[in-house]
Design a protein around this ligand. Structure first.
Ligand SMILES: [Zn+2]
Ligand SMILES: [Zn+2]
Length: 206
């Protein structure tokens, strides 16, 4: 309970509860009334009731307050266009445009063009210090002239990552060279890093 709420008198809280309950009941009654109008319209072929585009799902969501109830007995609005092709919603390889597959929380191109990892996942690949360095460089960059982000298609920021024996990102050294260099790309919108084929030679995918 918030301080404000607990600071209110019992009477005030009770009144607020009663008002809320009344609103809940009114919403439920209105949703059911719309359901009845729709059923009548359906059963009489439109001679009675009103065609409100009211589905059983609308009735439940409206009663719960999760879907607005149109004013003055108006029909429910057309549902917003949905993307029917789930493939469309998947991230795509920035080179071959094939849908990336999810492997160990990374998004990997099956053709081997590279893989994308959000910052938190990339931490497991190159270590938190390196991710922080990439993130900072990406946010401070004045221009983005890399490939298109697999998720949002915006241009990614190209980042040169260098490390040597003194680097605290021990993960970069695992099975790789003690000192090295890789060119990565980062999307500041989706907060992810794209490891292309070349960088994958130095920083192996998961
Ligand atoms: Zn590819
Ligand atoms: Zn993006």
């Amino acid at each position: 309970m918030t301080e404000q709420a607990s600071g209110r008198s019992f009477g005030a809280r009770l009144r607020a509860d009663v008002e809320q309950t009344k609103a809940d009941v009114e919403r439920g009654v209105e949703a059911l009334r719309r359901d009845l109008e729709q059923t009548k319209a359906h059963l009489t072929g439109g001679r009675a009731g009103a065609d409100l585009d009211q589905t059983a799902g609308d009735t439940v969501l409206q009663a719960l307050g999760r879907e607005p109830i149109p004013q003055d007995g108006a029909p429910n609005p057309e549902p917003e266009a949905v993307r029917l092709d789930p493939e469309e919603a998947l991230p795509h390889c920035t080179e071959c445009e094939q849908a990336l597959v999810n492997e160990e929380a990374c998004w990997v191109c099956v053709e081997g063009h590279g893989h994308a990892a959000i910052y938190s996942v990339a931490t497991g690949l190159i270590g938190p210090v390196a991710v922080h360095a990439v993130q900072t460089a990406a946010e401070e960059a004045t221009e983005a002239d890399g490939r298109a982000c697999p998720f949002c298609a915006g241009a990614m920021v190209v980042i040169d990552l260098e490390w040597d024996e003194t680097d605290t990102s021990a993960l970069l050294h695992q099975g790789g060279p003690q000192r090295g260099h890789a060119q990565l790309e980062a999307c500041t919108v989706d907060r992810l890093i794209w490891f292309d084929r070349e960088s994958a030679d130095v920083i192996p995918p998961p």
